[in-house]
Ligand binder design. Sequence first.
Ligand SMILES: Nc1ncnc2c1ncn2[C@@H]1O[C@H](COP(=O)(O)OP(=O)(O)O)[C@@H](O)[C@H]1O
Ligand SMILES: [Mg+2]
Length: 342
Amino acid sequence: MPDRNLISGDRQPDDATFEAGLRPRRLTDFVGQSKLKENLSIAIEAARLRGEAMDHVLLYGPPGLGKTTLASIIAEELGVLFTTTSGPVLQKKLDLTGILSNIRARQVFFVDEIHRLLPDVEEMFYSALEDFRVDILVGAGPGARTHSLPMPKFTAIGATTRQGLVSAPLRGRFGLVLRLEPYNVEELTDIVLRSGRLLQVEIAAAAAEEIARRCRGTPRIANRLLRRVRDYAQVRADGRITLLVAQTALDLHNVDCYGLDEIDQKIMLTILEKYRGGPVGLNTIAASISEEPGTIEEVYEPYLIQLGLLNRTQRGREATARAFEYFKIVPKPQHRDQASLF
Ligand SMILES: Nc1ncnc2c1ncn2[C@@H]1O[C@H](COP(=O)(O)OP(=O)(O)O)[C@@H](O)[C@H]1O
Ligand SMILES: [Mg+2]
C-alpha cells in the first residue's frame, strides 16, 4: 500500500508551515493554468484601474491544485486585506455577521470549502454578495428586529473541491467562475524546481521530473514528495537530489509511478476485478468502496481519466486496456465468447 500521508490530497497538520513557505505570492510565480491566469489578471487590472472591488470569484478543482494560493495571490495583486474562513467553520448566522461587519472596502474575503456552508448561513451570505448588505438581529424576544446594514463593496472568493454541491443561487452570485485544470509533467517539474530553489537544495532536472510524474498531478503532493526526497538525500546521500536518489526515496515510500493513492487504486481494482473492467455505474463503485459518488467523480476521476486508465461512457465507467496492463490484470473473457465454446 502506498504511504497514505504522503500522497493523499488532504493537508496534514505539519504541512501548513512548510506549504506556506513554498506558496507563490504573485501571479507570475504561479505555474501553469495559463487561461485562468489570463482571465484573472484582466479582472485584477480592471479593478485596480477603476479603484473598485473586483468581482466575486469562485474557484473549483480537486485538492492541492492551488485554490487557496490563488485567493491569496489575488489579494496580494490587488494590494488589499485578505481574510479567510471556511464553510464548516461558520456554524451560525452570527459567525458570518461578525466577520461581515468587519469587512473593509475592496478587501478579499476567502471562503474555503464553500459547498459546506449551512443553508441558513448560505442564504444570509446572498445579500452580502449581491447587495452588500448584512442583516443584523437587534434585541431579543418579541421585540427583536432585523436591521439591514450596508457594508462596503468587497471581493468574495469561494473555493470548492465539489462543484456539484454548490447550489445554483450561490454560483450565480459569482462574476468569475474558474476551474483549475490538471497540471502536466512539465508544469509540475517547474514547481518542483522552484520549490528546490526556495529550500536551497540541489536537484537534478531528471529528479524533479521523476517527482513530477509521481505526484498524482498535484502541486501539494509534489512539494510533499520533494520534502521526503530531500530528507533521504541528506541522510542517505550527500544532500544532492539525483535521479537515483529521487527514485530510491520514492520507492521506499511505495509511491508508484503515477502516484496513485489508496482510493485511486480501490476505484480501479473494483472496476477491473469485481466488474471485469466495466462498464459499471458510479453509484455501484461508490457503494463497493464506501466513498461518496460525488467525491469519486469530482476529486478522483479527473486524474484517472487524464492518465488514460478510465473512461466515462453512457453505460458507466470503463477501465481501459492500459489500466489492465498497469494493474497487471488479465481481462476475463466475455460471456459471449464463453457461450460460443459450447
Ligand atoms: N500553480 C502553482 N505553482 C506553484 N506552486 C503551487 C501551484 N499550485 C499549488 N502550489 C503549491 O501547492 C500547495 C497547495 O496549494 P493550495 O493552494 O493550498 O491548494 P488547494 O487550496 O487547491 O487545496 C501550495 O502551498 C503551493 O506551494
Ligand atoms: Mg485550500
